[in-house]
Design a binder for this molecule. Structure first.
Ligand code: ADP
Length: 512
């Protein structure tokens, strides 16, 4: 069977060998076993169902939320001589029925459908008339409430299975799955643990960097100038920021495209085309841009602001370097980003999800403050154990000597304890720097022995140091009505003198 798969790979797709994980996934589905395939963006998930589609009798159903991408995928398949079609809201009634008829007649190897279709009883009735050996669920994290892009219509997938007398094989595919999301997908779809195929999340050609305390506009201008002619994406958190950065770059004479939710479909389509065709080298966008974009020569992805969680970050940054060539992923961090993201979380979600979202936000903040390997941090976050250091990221290549900051850490930790472990970062920093803030005086914190212990530093530096101690597991954030800070396990060891804290470039870390 695998020999046949290899034949299809070379004859139909023109590739000589499978990439890591592809073979295992194909083996499972060809053996009739459901499978969960977790691979990074660009890892080659599509082939995991496209190759079996060439070997199985009938039409493989592909459920995908990426409507804008279906047409491209289907066109690409036709170019390879593989008959395929899609059904989504962009089709006219005539096209819809025509496609359906052809599908029932067995004219397609693959049929892509948007998840919303599964809510239509009439569509499900038609589906019963097709031979469907396998259902591929793309972007499978959409099925999980814990995922970053929950789509309720994905919950109907189990209903679809009941349409068929012979149960089709299920293949769930995703690029971003933290351990609990992965569990959730598996349980909801009934896929056994041992039928999960997860390939390394490391992207060996990406160089990660976090930059703090830099003038961001200046950085962007200099970076784009230095990388003139290279394709890159700059992600910003708001439409307003997209407008101002794209204006800034346009005024400086660069070919820029922009993309955000406030633009019309037509405008967005045109801007996307300009970027994909290399007419514009830089794309400035909100996170609305990029789902399923297959542009392989993106040399850098810069985040102008910190995104809301690591899932989003890695997915967006991972759009760089799909061709395997060295590429940069730079995140520009400023502490006000934390407030922005907290605000957005508070605004946009049903309250039951807020605690989980805040926990994910903390994972993102910790990424911005860790001094360990950034790539290692990412793959560990996604559940890989014993990941090695990458040796490429800005932290791995930061040659500054580590300084012992245990004493300063102890000052902060004991201050947190004396304040009753129920205040936020700002207040703690004010106490340590000896501020005369009224609220602080009302609480009589000026009478604490830790008051003013770090008065030679400014509040911003102390605040940054607190973030560093959180990322080093000495402190932890409790998300109540306001975030408060407590001493964590390692912090207790540091206070007892059983553990040391080292930081590059001493108390005030890098200000690159
Ligand atoms: P994903 O869906 O995991 O993000 P894709 O399926 O879009 O990734 O694949 C990314 C790129 O890798 C595509 O351009 C695809 O043609 C290429 N690719 C996939 N598998 C192989 C392979 N075995 N050999 C060479 N190229 C491959």
């Amino acid at each position: 069977m695998m020999r046949q798969a290899l034949e299809v790979l070379s004859e139909k797709f023109g590739y000589t060998s499978f990439r890591t994980g592809q073979e295992q996934v194909i083996q499972h589905v060809m053996d009739g076993q459901d499978a969960l395939c977790v691979m990074p963006t660009g890892g080659g998930k599509s082939l995991c169902y496209q190759v079996p589609a060439m070997l199985l009798e009938g039409t493989v159903l592909v459920i995908s939320p990426l409507i804008s991408l279906m047409k491209d995928q289907v066109d690409a398949l036709w170019q390879l001589g593989i008959p395929a079609a899609y059904i989504n809201s962009t089709l006219s009634t005539e096209e819809y029925f025509g496609t359906l008829e052809n599908a029932i007649a067995g004219h397609y190897r693959l049929l892509y459908i948007a998840p919303e279709r599964l809510e239509s009883e009439s569509f499900l009735r038609e589906l019963k008339r097709m031979t469907v050996p396998m259902i591929a669920i793309d972007e499978a994290h959409c099925i999980s409430q814990w995922g970053h892009d929950f789509r309720p219509s994905y919950r109907n997938i189990s209903r679809v299975l009941n349409c068929f007398d012979d149960k089709p094989v299920l293949l769930a595919l995703t690029a971003t799955a933290t351990p609990n999301v992965r569990e959730d997908i598996r349980i909801q779809l009934g896929i056994p643990q041992e039928q999960t195929v997860m390939t390394g999340f490391e992207r060996a050609n990406l160089v990660f960097t976090v930059i703090k305390g830099e003038n961001r506009e200046k950085f962007i201008k200099e970076y784009v100038e230095k990388n003139k002619g290279e394709a890159g994406i700059i992600y910003a958190a708001t439409r307003k920021a997209v407008e101002s950065i794209s204006d800034l770059l346009r005024r400086s004479g660069y070919e820029v495209a922009k993309y955000h939710g406030g633009m019309s479909d037509i405008e967005r389509g045109q801007e996307q085309e300009r970027f994909l065709n290399d007419e514009a080298t830089v794309m400035v966008a909100t996170n609305a841009f990029g789902m399923g974009i297959d542009k392989s020569n993106i040399r850098y992805v810069i985040h102008y602001q910190m995104p809301k969680n690591m899932e989003s970050y890695y997915q967006e940054a991972g759009r760089a370097g799909r061709d395997g060539l060295d590429s940069d992923c730079v995140l520009l961090f400023a502490s006000q980003d934390i407030q922005t993201q907290r605000f957005l979380i508070d605004q946009s979600l049903d309250t039951s999800r807020i605690p989980a979202e805040l926990e994910k936000l903390q994972g993102m903040i910790d990424y911005c403050h860790t001094e360990n390997c950034l790539q290692q941090y990412i793959v560990t976050y996604f559940g890989e154990k014993d990941a090695p250091k990458c040796g490429r990221c800005a932290n791995c290549t930061d040659t500054r000597e580590q300084m012992d900051v245990t004493l300063e850490a102890q000052k902060v930790l004991s201050c947190v304890i004396r304040m009753g472990q129920r205040f936020g970062k700002t207040m703690i920093a004010q106490v340590l720097t000896g501020s005369r803030n009224k609220k602080l005086l009302d609480f009589k914190f000026n009478e604490l022995t830790t008051y003013g212990l770090l008065k030679e530093k400014n509040a911003k530096e102390v605040s940054d140091f607190i973030e560093f101690l959180i990322s080093a597991n000495c402190l932890q954030v409790e998300n109540g009505q306001f975030p408060t800070i407590r001493v964590a396990e390692r912090g207790r060891e540091v206070l007892l003198g059983n553990d040391k804290i080292l930081r590059k470039g001493s108390f005030v870390s890098k200000q690159l």
